[in-house]
Design a protein around this ligand. Structure first.
Ligand code: HEC
Ligand code: HEC
Ligand code: HEC
Ligand code: HEC
Ligand code: HEC
Length: 260
């Protein structure tokens, strides 16, 4: 199917000199533009494909690109979704212990139960004995509290289901955050209103880094770390930045800060 008047001449002046079929084959790749001799070789290749094939192949290349981009986007969405991060999913616990009731309404301080939160890496989950401080007297017959009493009698701990769980290769420390003025609320949300605790934030690396890069707006005077619904007097950002300066806040972003 070689075009009859296929020619290597560069002297042709108008497109109409080309036979209509071969004109569609002239593709101006950098090679054909730069080296006319190469164009000649191209010209000599018999035309096998129809014009529509060009469009088709372009379409399929773009189609594949779009499909690939779409798949990546889909993955990213799933990766950030509550499904993957368990964000916003309340956990069933062995006992219907309510933070809304104990911390919010009764006003028991977080530190009464999470005793180490200011000084240690782990905030700690209270032992049954802490519950029994009150529940040996208050609601001591409540059937809801029978698992607590059973745990107390047998001396076996209650098996609370973890809500927040970073991978083992990540190092996190509560003490430093609390001391530098990052509030429980900032990372855990309105625990004082939760009947069952859920994970308020994604806990993904970009979330940690977002604050480490710009801690100012997320830091408050230390005495307000355990407050909920606290708003800084004046502009939020300025207040945070002032607290950040006062506490000499300089979070690090190098990898070994969190991966050691
Ligand atoms: C009377 C004891 C008590 C008090 C007071 C209390 N907590 Fe808790 N907290 C618990 C118990 C028990 C659990 C484990 C069961 C659960 O997740 O609900 C828990 C779990 C949590 C968790 C989820 C832990 C996980 O598994 O990831 C967070 C976050 C938390 N508490 C924050 C707070 C904050 C913030 C306060 C103060 C506003 C507070 N708690 C006050 C007893 C208490
Ligand atoms: C400082 C005292 C105090 C501590 C400590 C405490 N509670 Fe309570 N709890 C109360 C009071 C007061 C009530 C309910 C009174 C009411 O209904 O208004 C209550 C109610 C409850 C109820 C609901 C009971 C029912 O029958 O509806 C459960 C469940 C419960 N607490 C679990 C726990 C667990 C588990 C712990 C330990 C992690 C704990 N509490 C620690 C004071 C306490
Ligand atoms: C900078 C964010 C941040 C702040 C501020 C913060 N937490 Fe946490 N908290 C976390 C992360 C992340 C985890 C999960 C840790 C893990 O899986 O190793 C966690 C876990 C917990 C747990 C489960 C037990 C544990 O230590 O793993 C409790 C309870 C808890 N936090 C209570 C609190 C309380 C109370 C405060 C406020 C005094 C607070 N947290 C402040 C991020 C934070
Ligand atoms: C809302 C703000 C905020 C978030 C979110 C946050 N951090 Fe921090 N982080 C800080 C501040 C502020 C400091 C204290 C910096 C300093 O020492 O001045 C800190 C310090 C630390 C340190 C101690 C670094 C050292 O110098 O030893 C570690 C480790 C750390 N963060 C890990 C994490 C991890 C892991 C996460 C996510 C799960 C996280 N942080 C999320 C604000 C944040
Ligand atoms: C402020 C804390 C922090 C710093 C700094 C940090 N990471 Fe991470 N990194 C995390 C957390 C938290 C996770 C777990 C994320 C999750 O479970 O989704 C993580 C996960 C990862 C993972 C596992 C893949 C993933 O995305 O889940 C890799 C790889 C990683 N980090 C590499 C790095 C490197 C390289 C650096 C330095 C440029 C770095 N990290 C700095 C907190 C941090």
């Amino acid at each position: 199917m070689r075009p009859t008047n296929a020619s290597t001449s560069c002297a042709r002046t108008s497109r109409s000199d080309y036979p209509s079929s071969s004109s569609e084959l002239v593709v101006f790749t950098p090679r054909t533009l730069a080296v006319p001799a190469a164009a000649a070789t191209l010209d000599a290749v018999p035309q096998i494909f129809q014009r529509s094939t060009n469009t088709l192949s372009r379409l399929s290349i773009f189609g594949a690109l779009f499909a690939f981009a779409g798949a990546l986007w889909g993955l990213a969405v799933v990766n950030r979704s509550g499904y993957a991060t368990q964000q916003g999913v309340a956990r069933e616990q062995p006992i219907q212990f309510s933070h809304k009731h104990h911390a919010g309404e009764l006003g028991i301080d977080c530190r009464y139960c999470h005793t180490q939160v200011e000084s240690a890496a782990y905030a700690g989950i209270p032992p049954t004995a802490t519950c029994m401080n009150c529940h040996s007297q208050i609601w001591s017959d409540s059937p809801t509290l029978e698992p607590v009493r059973a745990s107390w009698r047998a001396g076996t701990p209650l098996h609370w289901i973890k809500v927040h769980d970073l991978p083992d290769f990540v190092y996190f420390n509560h003490g430093i955050h609390v001391q530098k003025g990052v509030a429980c609320e900032t990372c855990h949300g309105r625990v004082d209103r939760m009947n069952q605790v859920w994970q308020e934030t994604s806990l993904q690396m970009e979330w940690c880094l977002g604050c480490h890069r710009d801690p100012g707006p997320n830091v408050r005077p230390r005495e307000h770390v355990f407050d909920f619904g606290w708003t800084p007097p004046g502009a939020a950002h300025a207040g945070g930045v002032a607290a950040a300066v006062a506490h000499d806040v300089q979070p690090r972003t190098d990898c070994t800060t969190c991966h050691r």
